[in-house]
Ligand binder design. Structure first.
Ligand SMILES: Cc1ncc(COP(=O)(O)O)c(C=O)c1O
Length: 420
């Protein structure tokens, strides 16, 4: 919500410096309300902390009017953010292909009881951690389905990967999977796509997933308590535009669930989706200040104080380029490359993109829809530049202004035989 008193990017930049992310919690809450509205009644939503683990943002997804999100995390750092934001251990799903004994021990010790398990050996590791704490962990078996429906921008299934148990092997592994000490098979976790290209692709993949899950339930011989069908909810990434709308999703999902899981309306199984970018993406604006402008062999370069150390560690995956820059409606534009301050030719946010004409050193530019996959998925430490400022606003007021700091910490005293 923009109120007459909402601070402008220029005001925030002069108060807190640049590069600067501004996250608007009103937009985060609006995205949450929309996502629950697109889904059938009773669905749970796990917020994928990897999109943006800022504690104020994740707290906003848990509090306020309407259904709360749960937390999908995959590191002890994300666990700390979840607990600080008030998520209970029972509202957390711990995922990831490389869970170490140390992090499993910490997670179970801090009350996490539900884990996505990516292989039989991963189930065993989870069980060992649970037993060490005298408890039993619920495992959602992550399934790497042999089949898929839609073509999406990021496919995470169907091919050989580190993610999930190959669907065709579940039947032969079933009795072993069911009998790992310290664990219960409580359900399934499938996540096959991110950022689906349109509603048809999203519905195609999610309804396909429901069918796959029903077949796996048969193979496993376990009645599922929780079925997490993944996501793919979409929002522009550093581009102008709004969050996707999904008016048909609710009906189509309900119909396919009626076929495959006739008791789902009574909560058997409970149903869940996961979403990161849809919930956080449009809350954020990256404000960067131009440090220099130069022309090289006839091409203009606008050098900003935000580069791939601030935004765009994911650019190697083809998820970023090129960004767009907010241009006032009546402003002239010109083509130029928007580059960052790093000593690498890879530090390009947009090659020959449309920028406001006549930018000079000291001017500000704003990149929209940067609330997800911003600082924590960038090359934050590269070249030792400070992390960006992160300012959170709610109801038009600043609620926090912080920066991530890296501190080198000694790992205990050196001993005899160590060189001091
Ligand atoms: C297992 C899992 N869950 C959730 C997400 C979040 O995806 P998105 O931010 O596109 O919603 C990802 C992203 O890669 C993922 O791997």
């Amino acid at each position: 919500m923009t109120t007459p008193n909402t601070p402008t990017p220029t005001e925030l930049a002069s108060r807190f410096g640049t590069p600067l992310y501004v996250y608007d919690l009103d937009r985060v809450r609006a995205a949450r309300a929309d996502l629950f509205r697109w889904l059938p009644e009773g669905f749970e939503v796990f917020y994928a902390f990897k999109a943006n683990p800022h504690v104020d943002l994740v707290r906003a997804l848990r509090t306020g009017d309407g259904p709360a999100c749960k937390a999908e995390i995959s590191s002890t750092g994300e666990l700390a953010a979840a607990l600080e934001a008030g998520y209970a251990g029972t509202d957390i799903l711990y995922t990831g292909p490389g869970k170490t004994p140390g992090e499993l021990d910490e997670a179970v010790g801090l009350g996490v009881r539900t884990f996505s398990a990516e292989s039989l050996s991963d189930v065993t590791h989870i069980g060992e951690a649970a037993l060490a704490h005298g408890t039993v962990a619920d495992c959602l078996l992550r399934i790497n389905s042999a089949t898929a429906s839609a073509t999406t921008s990021i496919r995470m299934t169907g091919a050989p990967t580190q993610f999930g148990i190959d669907s065709e092997t579940v039947a032969e592994l079933a009795s072993e999977l069911r009998s790992v000490p310290g664990t219960r098979v409580a359900g399934l976790h499938l996540f096959s796509q991110s950022n689906a290209k349109d509603e048809a692709a999203l519905i195609g993949e999610l309804t396909h997933t429901v069918g796959v899950a029903a077949a796996i339930q048969e193979d496993l011989g376990v009645e599922l308590e929780l079925l997490d069908i993944g996501g793919g909810f979409s929002v522009p990434y550093a581009q102008e535009g709004g969050r996707a709308v999904y008016p048909k999703l609710r009906g189509e999902l309900a119909a396919v669930l009626d076929v495959h899981f006739p008791r789902w309306r009574e909560g058997t199984p409970r149903l869940a989706v996961e979403s990161g970018r849809y919930l956080a993406g449009d809350s954020g604006t990256l404000v960067t200040r131009v440090s220099n402008v130069k022309v090289s062999r006839g091409k203009k370069f606008v050098i900003a104080d935000a580069g791939i150390n601030t935004f765009g560690g994911m650019s190697g995956l083809g998820r970023l380029m090129p960004v767009t820059v907010h241009v006032p409606t009546d402003a002239d534009t010109e083509k130029a490359s928007l580059v960052g301050p790093l000593c690498t030719p890879g530090d390009v946010l947009g090659r020959q993109i449309e920028l406001p004409a006549g930018l000079n050193a000291g001017d500000l530019v704003a990149i929209p829809n940067t609330g997800a996959y911003g600082p924590t998925s960038s090359l934050l430490m590269f070249l030792g530049r400070p992390a960006p400022a992160e300012v959170v606003i709610s109801g038009g007021e600043v609620v926090s202004a912080t920066r991530i700091e890296h501190v080198r910490t000694p790992l205990g005293e050196l001993g005899e035989g160590d060189r001091r």
